[in-house]
Design a protein around this ligand. Sequence first.
Ligand code: B16
Ligand code: MG
Length: 206
Amino acid sequence: QMKGAIFDLDGVIVDTAKYHYLAWRSLASELGFDFTEADNERLKGVSRMRSLDILLEIGRLEFTDAEKLAMADKKNRLYVEYISRLDEAELLPGVRSYLNRLHDSGIGIALGSASKNALFILDKLNIAGLFDAVVDGNKVSRAKPDPEVFLIASQELGLQPGECVVFEDAEAGVAAGKAAGMRVIGIGRPEVLGEADIVISGLHEL
Ligand code: B16
Ligand code: MG
């Protein structure tokens, strides 16, 4: 019996990956190299600083920590400009009605995201009020596949890990959910999310 539902943000609730992509691509182009949509797949579910490291690895460039912080900051300012235009219309199919259904059945709802912009995004999407707990990149020190983010979420819901179900679109996120001792619903393709208990294409299927 599920008592808590813990959602990843990017790829489960909203497709912010396309805005991350535009912002990273603009940084890459300033640095003089191409950054493709296929490259962007490697950044899904990965923290901002780790994403920058991967980007610079692709461009074969090296910088000091201070320079990297400035670049990550610049990318984030551009990204925030994009997501400040988000609205409810960008909720992925089925999200709003599934969240409402869980809420009406008294199931705890939490967010478990690597993003430091998570609260801002939930607010823009007009669904912040449906969440009983929001665990984001500001609260977590160890990135997925470490289970930390989901364990904190279950704690904040006042539930045992085994009472929670995780909804994830990234391989590392599925692994994090399993490592937390939770059931995991993969959102995406079974080839990539094989470790999940079941895989669906989106919340509209539930
Ligand atoms: P920010 P999730 C992740 O969100 C994104 O998938 C990943 O591409 C991004 O780098 C990360 O958040 C950090 O985001 O720069 O806003 O702190 O899938 O964990 O919800
Ligand atoms: Mg994700």
